[in-house]
Write a protein that binds this ligand. Sequence first.
Ligand code: MG
Length: 451
Amino acid sequence: MTMKRLFGTFGVRRIVNQELTPEFASKLAAAYGTIIKGTVAVGGDPRTSTEMIKHSVIAGLLSSSCKVIDLGILPTPAVQFAVRNYYDGGVMITASHNPPKYNGLKFVDQDGIGIHNEMEEKIEDMYFNENPDRVSWNEIGEVFENHGIIDEYIENVFDRVDSDAIKKAKLKVIVDCGSGAACFTTPYLLRKLGCEVTTMNCQPDGFFPGRNPEPTSENLEELKEVVKSTNADLGIAHDGDADRTICIDENGNFVFGDKTFALVEKYMLIENGGGTIVTTVATSAAIYDIAEEYKGEVIATRVGDLLVARELKDSKGLFGGEENGGLIFPDFVYGRDAALSTAKIVEIIAKENKSLSELIEELPKYYSAKLKVECPDNLKTDVLEKIVEATCEYEVDTKDGVKILTDEGWVIIRPSGTEPIFRCFAEAENEEDANKMAEWGISLVKENLEP
Ligand code: MG
């Protein structure tokens, strides 16, 4: 495997005007445009640097002969939706949940899926060898605008749920968009569905004045308070580019992403009489339990939302997701989608006529633990091999790092791609076993570090 120098798990993300300069963005976009040679949609989140980077990206694309459609400020999944339906490619300018000084570029293919490894390597190669195709004056592309995508995207989500049932339930929802791209979608969608909506941080603002764009429990204290004090049915929060949805239940409790994943999985399987569910090797056993009960079949990929999206396409899967609250509905968008996730969750609450905490309570219960341990990058492969040897008496999955399954639960030990550490993530039927499994993972790394 060649080591990529610019791309991370989904696109390129850097500090603006340090590494991510207009020149850098433009050249990278020209390389992408050289491969696409067609019509490319460009959108962005509301960061302070998005306009600057967008103009550079557009210049690069035009220089390689692409026609550009400027979609304005909108969620990543809305760009993916637009590309899949109308265009040959797309670039989303966003740093997702990262702090305001960051921005990034997400490139998608004609299906709206984040581009393949091979294409990323091709782009890097052109970048470093200074040879994107710069066309002559009479072949330079043109720019058009399309500001209709947001409405079309909302309309499409609306049509995919039982709006009458949701309207009747008269749900009271507090929405916290964190000043990100969801400001243009979720509040409008929920009002259209007949919910009583109160907004927080729903003015787009690249300074993210209300809260950090990452929807973690610590960053959502205010939302929890407001849900509780207003007797709302539900709180909804998104990350900066609105591909992830996090829920707060009616008691003001943070609902972990794997729980919403399991909940929506259950109803997708019931609604469709079964189907293929795609997730990663690091996801809860609850996903398997539900699949077994409701005629589902689970395929596990390596960690990464792009891999889940691609597998959903290849296997014609029904539904997929990750433990962090990213849910994928492949007949709509081949990527994590926050708007349809939100609509599905309010639909389930409305139709079941139960509170979110009751619905979560009905799901299979597991406990998880996360730990990390230092390990120099050059020793990671060796350590992994030794761990596999040392654990041969157990069932082991080496698709991504090493996942060890025992009677007490499972632990997955994965080398970080960006830091000199291993992450150990464990799950069991009780808290004590989960902690024990995670600590065992740490000890396996430490033991095998020694020569
Ligand atoms: Mg995101």
